[in-house]
Design a protein around this ligand. Structure first.
Ligand SMILES: C[S@@+](CC[C@H](N)C(=O)[O-])C[C@H]1O[C@@H](n2cnc3c(N)ncnc32)[C@H](O)[C@@H]1O
Length: 571
């Protein structure tokens, strides 16, 4: 007789839910009846094996945007595994950034901490367990804190510690892809991890640990081999997710890691706060049909194809061939397009250069108006040079004038939608109206119009690159808010001159403001746990109240005929 019991009536059952295989029923009728209760728990995907992707997730039923696909807790989490040579470091208890010099020290291991009452210090799922190992080194550092207390090695150590405390979780972890075949002993990465992680842990903590084990006759950790530590570092690099809330945490999840990459992914995810154990919730961001692959994005949506593919190859060891990578125009955005330098009848030809086959690393770039061709390396060289200049200017706290002139110079070489131009324009729209000399009352109408136009252009790019608002919601939120502010400057100027809603353009701008503010709050829903998202959300909520007061004070009817038109277009 079946050991399974029907989830509806408790009678013996042999019909398992085909989607999650976690519950069973005595028959179809009870399965149907139980669906309402089971729906939110049922996992709407199965794990499949693909010859290119490895394991991946396939939808087992149709999903609509907003449908929950998965909620789960991490197997392990800890401070980001990147070495910090100077500047703030994460507290091992809570991962919040602290200045190590002069910080309080942990009673158990002497690592710099945020404060002695940090609850994570004694928590065995956070610092508590590793502290026992770290405390075996009896030397303390006064100077050279960054070399001596290496928070970047704590996550690999926490992974190693799972083998005794949570052997099942350790086994789950070790099943993940590490790509050790591509990170062999001769690779720079292997050598770097050998000295940065393996030797550090061995020399400082595992040598005294083995001595103690010898004396006590009790084994603390079975496997501390360099192969296992290297593999764990590979697993972290390939599978871990970054949680950037008020602390910089890196976590590994038991199922979420199986999502494949796509540059136009169909899910979004959010993390609960530290108190709730950093549970991840993955939701459909676009309609997903039964049989579709469930995907996320491993790289930056606002990089061009060359940069994204190179990053994926270097860090995740595969060549992306997704719909966006395969399209020379990148979904009609032209974010990698160049201006052709060729001439026709002694005049600039006015054409644009695009890669002939963007998923071929040796592709040529051809002009749509003349015969000039460039090779991929020449393009990479030019784009890297422009990128370096953009980074240098952006880091120097630039003035509007400096950014404007950088943009003008850059537009001799790249399409106005190029991602480097995008980055400069995104900064500019946030400086017009804020920087001395460019305060709202100092801006000419032309500049305000320029700000609004840039916002609309960048929003159009965001919509094409990230239709499900999975990755660019903060960028989109900022742009929608700046569009509202630009419109309001123009509206108030015209209002003061007595030109009111009779004028169609003012009506349209008012309606665009309303749509922009509502949409901005909508797109920020998934950012509620990020400090930047929270701040922006409250700023926009304030603007919305201001806007509503303006509408009420001036008795404006936003429901005139054109409203429907604008709302439709804005959606
Ligand atoms: C986080 S893991 C995903 C799970 C993995 N497929 C497995 O079987 O464990 C990331 C790895 O999956 C593979 N992968 C993910 N997305 C891919 C894609 N779009 N094309 C090719 N390989 C992909 C790559 O090997 C990549 O390093």
């Amino acid at each position: 007789m079946s050991e399974l019991k029907c989830a509806e009536c408790g009678e013996p059952a042999d019909l398992k839910c085909s989607a999650c295989k976690l519950v069973a029923y005595c028959g179809k009728e009870h399965q149907k009846k139980h669906w309402k209760a089971h729906k939110s728990l049922c996992r709407p995907f199965e794990v499949a094996e693909d010859s290119t992707l490895g394991r991946c997730l396939i939808a087992t039923r149709d999903l609509q945007p907003g449908d929950v696909i998965l909620v789960e807790y991490p197997i392990i989490f800890g401070p980001r595994p990147h070495m910090v040579e100077e500047g703030p470091v994460p507290c091992p208890g809570c991962c919040r950034l602290i200045i190590a010099e002069g910080a309080a020290r942990c009673d158990g291991c002497d690592f710099p901490i945020c404060n002695p009452d940090c609850p994570g210090l004694k928590d065995m799922d956070r610092h508590g367990h590793e502290c026992m190992i770290l405390g075996l080194r009896d030397v303390k550092a006064i100077n050279g804190l960054h070399d001596f207390y290496r928070q970047d090695t704590l996550l690999p150590l926490r992974c190693l510690l799972l083998q005794n405390k949570h052997p099942k979780k350790f086994a789950q972890l070790m099943e993940m892809e590490s790509h050790m075949d591509k990170r062999g002993e001769d690779s720079e990465l292997y050598k770097d991890i050998s000295s940065r992680v393996v030797d550090y842990l061995h020399d400082n903590f595992f040598v005294p640990m083995r001595m103690l084990e010898g004396k006590s006759g009790r084994e603390v950790l079975k496997d501390i081999s360099k192969e296992t530590i290297q593999k764990i570092c590979g697993i972290i690099d390939v599978n871990a997710l970054e949680i950037n809330q008020d602390a910089e945490v890196t976590a590994l999840y038991p199922t979420a890691y199986l999502m494949e990459h796509s540059c136009v992914c169909n899910t979004s995810h959010t993390f609960e706060k530290s108190e709730k154990g950093y549970a991840i919730t993955i939701k459909a961001a676009l309609p997903i049909a039964k049989g579709d692959h469930i995907s996320t994005m491993y790289t930056h949506s606002l990089w061009g194809t060359q940069a994204r593919r190179e990053h994926l190859k270097e860090t995740k060891y595969f060549s992306c061939k997704c719909q966006r990578c395969a399209d020379p125009t990148e979904l009609g955005t032209y974010v990698s397009a160049l201006k052709c330098m060729g001439t026709k009848d002694d005049e600039p030809c006015g054409g644009i250069q695009l890669p002939i086959n963007p998923i071929d690393d040796n592709t040529e770039w051809a002009c749509d108006k003349c015969d000039v061709k460039l090779n991929n390396n020449e393009v990479a060289f030019l784009i890297n040079q422009i990128g370096e200049e953009v980074d240098n200017v952006q880091l120097s706290n630039p003035t509007v004038r400096e950014l404007d002139s950088l943009l003008t110079k850059m537009l001799n070489f790249v399409h106005p939608n190029h991602y480097h131009a995008y980055s400069v324009k995104h900064s500019l729209v946030q400086l017009y109206g804020y920087q001395q000399g460019y305060m709202p009352n100092q801006l000419s109408d032309d500049i305000v119009v320029r700000k609004a136009t840039m916002c609309r252009e960048l929003l159009d790019i965001n919509k094409k690159l990230d239709p499900g608002n999975c990755r660019l919601s903060l960028y989109t939120g900022v742009l929608l808010h700046e569009l509202y502010l630009a419109n309001m400057i123009l509206i108030k100027r015209k209002w003061d001159l007595g030109i009111k809603t009779k004028v169609k353009s003012i009506n349209l701008m008012l309606q665009e403001c309303q749509v922009a503010l509502n949409r901005a709050l909508e797109v920020l829903v998934n950012e509620k746990n990020s400090p930047a998202g929270e701040k922006l959300h409250s700023l926009i909520t304030g603007s919305k109240k201001e806007f509503e007061k303006f509408i009420a004070r001036n008795k404006i009817d936003l429901n005139s005929k054109e409203t429907a038109k604008v709302v439709e277009n804005g959606k």
